[in-house]
Design a protein around this ligand. Structure first.
Ligand SMILES: C[S@@+](CC[C@H](N)C(=O)[O-])C[C@H]1O[C@@H](n2cnc3c(N)ncnc32)[C@H](O)[C@@H]1O
Length: 322
């Protein structure tokens, strides 16, 4: 009840009525649901396979020990202990380096905000999906050589509850704010840039003094133009990614939160939009001739105008601008 009230209070003037789904979109939605079901089934199969493999390895190990002489057994146990120790030391060094990078990013990293003020417009499943995307972004950012300084603003209600359930969330090196970005960063309003596919301005570079905001929404583009409207009403700048300069897609260029963040992170590392798009936008969303490029993670689906799960987004590479 309390939560419902809180969500109610979250509602802003930026809402527009959700668009009813066309027949085509309904078909795509069904297809997406089938895709999700298959994905879940595959995940369960993989988990079971992993369990079986571990069981098999354990039995093999027991068998090897049973067949070995006492001296040989001691040697095998000792060597296994060494391997494990080395692995743990390597992991702990990696963790230390990651902490160093993220601590530095808090001081000098490019500020990237995920605006979490839309949770009242999403179902629990959609919030869950967004939380998974945020977790993924945090991991990618931590591995990157020049990570961004990530902010979660408007982190309240069910959104916050679901984030709190993530293991280790409390220790994340990230800014967590219950306030909106407009309150938390009020002294830097002139530097706020809302990234939205509906902007007429194309982002050509990332400026270190700017703060780039991404709408924390998984909405299969039900709420078309909502972030653009919000930014306009708040009088802050907007920009869209320069996708059109490097790729031609037959449908919308609305990407998922994790794709946008990953593109920004890759761009911070490479200063190369084309490489960033090709690494992040899944190959199956691009035309077949693109396959010479790296394949990026496919955590979420491109959000098309009709449906998030448009698995046949035809696109061709646009002539290079450089
Ligand atoms: C799934 S989209 C949400 C779409 C939503 N209907 C809207 O109006 O923004 C998640 C967020 O990723 C960012 N985004 C997605 N595609 C983008 C693009 N082509 N250029 C800039 N930002 C983009 C926007 O901040 C957007 O709010």
């Amino acid at each position: 009840m309390e939560e419902a009230k809180e969500n109610q209070n979250d509602k802003s003037t930026f809402e527009a009525p959700p668009q009813p789904l066309s027949k085509n979109a309904q078909k795509k939605l069904l297809k997406q649901q089938r895709f999700e079901a298959k994905k879940a089934e595959k995940k369960a199969q993989m988990k079971e396979q992993k369990r079986k493999d571990a069981e098999r390895r354990r039995k093999e190990w027991d068998g090897t020990l049973a067949a070995a002489s006492e001296d040989e057994r001691q040697r095998l146990i000792e060597s296994r202990r060494e391997v494990r120790k080395e692995r743990m030391e390597k992991r702990s060094k990696e963790r230390e380096r990651k902490i160093e990078r993220l601590t530095k990013a808090k001081e000098i990293g490019q500020k990237i905000v995920i605006d979490l003020e839309f949770s009242h417009l999403m179902s629990s499943t959609e919030i869950h999906s967004l939380v998974q995307q945020i977790m993924y972004c945090y991991a990618v950012n931590g591995r990157c050589t020049s990570p961004g300084h990530l902010w979660l603003t408007g982190c309240r209600g069910e959104m916050e509850q679901q984030l709190q359930r993530l293991p280790g969330f409390d220790k994340w090196l990230i800014e967590k704010e219950s306030q909106s970005y407009i309150e938390a960063l009020q002294d830097q309003k002139q530097n706020l840039v809302y990234l939205t596919a509906d902007s007429e301005y194309v982002l050509d570079d990332l400026a270190s003094e700017k703060i780039y905001i991404i709408g924390g929404l998984v909405d299969r583009n039900r709420w078309k133009g909502i972030t653009m409207k919000k930014a306009e009403e708040q009088g802050i700048q907007t920009a869209k990614l320069p996708i059109g300069d490097y790729l031609k897609m037959s449908s919308s260029q609305v990407l998922t939160v994790n794709q946008v963040i990953e593109i920004l992170i890759k761009f911070l590392e490479t200063r190369d939009w084309k490489a960033s798009f090709f690494q992040v936008i899944p190959q199956r969303k691009r035309c077949e001739s693109d396959n010479e490029e790296n394949q990026g993670a496919d955590e979420g689906e491109c959000e098309s105008n009709d449906d998030q799960g448009d698995t046949k987004k035809h696109c061709i590479e646009a002539p290079s601008s450089d």
